[in-house]
Design a protein around this ligand. Structure first.
Ligand SMILES: [Zn+2]
Length: 90
């Protein structure tokens, strides 16, 4: 893995969203490359700060979320990656 590739994956890596093989490649690169290791530390610090400072939002209960969605003028639904936008008729 080179610095360009590492740069692409660092965000996902910091969030733990990479597979085992890619995680291993990134870890190996970070041990060998100070520049990317510093970037990675910066990302971790930024995420920790955001987590600490972000206000806590309670997710609305599912029923309320559903009724909000039903009352919206446009309904967006995903079907296998295809986005459909339909106008509500009632
Ligand atoms: Zn690098």
């Amino acid at each position: 893995m080179n610095c360009h590739e590492a740069g692409i994956w660092l965000g996902a890596y910091a969030d733990g969203h990479v597979g085992a093989l890619r995680r291993y490649s990134i870890q190996r690169h970070l041990r060998a490359c100070t520049g990317c290791a510093v970037k990675h530390q910066g990302l971790l610090a930024l995420r920790a700060r955001l987590r600490a400072e972000a206000p806590y939002f309670k997710a609305p209960p599912l029923a309320r979320a559903r009724s909000l969605l039903q009352r919206s003028p446009l309904l967006h639904s995903m079907h296998g990656g295809r986005v459909e936008v339909t106008h509500e008729l009632s």
